[in-house]
Unconditional design. Structure first.
Length: 117
């Protein structure tokens, strides 16, 4: 019991979108824009390149979920197409942004652990 708090787990850091080095500073300035450096430890985020990785994961995961849900809804209830649009467009938009942030953060953390800039 040295009085020093244990570092947060990687899952907690990804959920909070924290810096991969210190776990304190925020990664994003807005919804999806990456900061230039960590406010807490000064880690330069310029070397980070997640590329299209987060988008690919979101397309595959969310596409399967939405397609399955839309097919299930169509087969069981046969709603008009406008109702399908009213249901699924907000779901797609909201979950896309949520998942992009989480997956981008996870890939940044993985890249930091692997390359250790």
């Amino acid at each position: 019991m040295s009085g020093v708090p244990a570092p947060p787990s990687r899952t907690t850091e990804v959920a909070k979108a924290c810096c991969p080095r210190c776990g304190q500073g925020a990664l994003f300035t807005g919804l999806l824009n990456l900061r230039e450096k960590c406010d807490s430890c000064g880690l330069d985020f310029a070397a980070i390149d997640t590329g299209d990785g987060p988008a690919v994961f979101v397309i595959l995961i969310l596409g399967a979920f939405v397609t399955g849900g839309a097919l299930w809804l169509e087969v069981n209830y046969e709603p008009p197409i406008w109702l399908q649009m009213v249901i699924w467009l907000p779901v797609i938009l909201g979950l896309s942004i949520y998942m992009l942030r989480r997956i981008k953060t996870a890939l940044i953390h993985q890249q930091y652990r692997k390359l250790g800039w």
